[in-house]
Design a protein around this ligand. Structure first.
Ligand SMILES: *[C@@H]1O[C@H](CO)[C@@H](O)[C@H](O)[C@H]1NC(C)=O
Ligand SMILES: *[C@@H]1O[C@H](CO)[C@@H](O)[C@H](O)[C@H]1NC(C)=O
Length: 211
């Protein structure tokens, strides 16, 4: 016979397990309709079409983009309303010679990066501080696991790079580490102690990363 207290324990265990599974499987919430049409918007195929990447694609194809150029053009929920509730989005990444997408995190999604043109040094750091880094080229796909610090850099001196990043969230979010740490107004004392350095160094980092 099962006593009522062990019954309660069993129920708590099941509840806890279900909650944990829910947390582990957390992604964009499911919607209970095919799509979400904002008020005042006409429902036709145009609603499901996004054209804002066209202009970015028309960028000068023959000449390399200028030194250290880096640009992200997003097609996520805020730019493309039809993505709301669909759990997908993408971004067009363009790098000039020496261009870098600095260390950053997407809190709500893994990133699948497809190189359309050129070569890119990519890398991420796992929770054991192990670095996984590689140079990938045109036609290659690389996955950055969800929530981990990662970066991309064009090491070429003359060639540009074009890549597409796909996400499993309509709003993957981005935390750019240099801006988040030194461009957000965190108290300098916290930064001096966190980075075990002096205030002069911290002030330099702050002025380099303030918008
Ligand atoms: C292409 O690049 C060259 C040299 O930088 C520039 O003079 C020209 O205006 C560019 N063309 C376009 C369409 O941006
Ligand atoms: C660091 O320097 C800034 C600018 O001079 C100053 O406002 C701030 O109080 C200093 N912080 C520390 C922890 O010394």
């Amino acid at each position: 016979m099962v006593s009522s207290s062990s019954h309660v324990t069993l129920i708590s265990a099941i509840t806890l397990t279900t909650t944990l599974i829910h947390i582990v499987l957390a992604s964009d919430p499911d919607i209970t309709s095919d799509f979400i049409l904002p008020k005042g918007v006409t429902l036709d195929a145009n609603f499901f079409t996004f054209k804002d990447l066209r202009k970015a694609m028309q960028r000068n194809q023959t000449m390399p983009m200028h030194e250290s150029f880096f640009k992200v053009t997003k097609a996520s929920e805020s730019e493309f309303k039809a993505l709301k509730g669909q759990s997908v989005s993408l971004a067009l990444l363009q790098f000039g010679p020496g261009g870098i997408n600095p260390a950053h995190i997407h809190p709500r999604s893994a990133e699948l990066l497809f190189i359309l043109k050129g070569k890119l040094r990519v890398g991420f750091v796992d929770c054991e501080n192990k670095v996984f880094m590689k140079v990938i080229k045109e036609g290659d796909v690389f996955v950055f696991p969800k929530g981990l610090v990662h970066f991309q850099m064009n090491e070429e001196e003359e060639k540009d790079v074009v890549a597409v990043a796909a996400f499993g969230s309509a709003n993957p979010g981005v935390v750019v580490l240099p801006t988040s740490l030194f461009g957000s107004g965190i108290d300098s004392e916290v930064l001096v102690k966190s980075f075990k350095t002096d205030n002069v160094t911290i002030q330099k980092l702050i002025s380099a990363n303030m918008g």
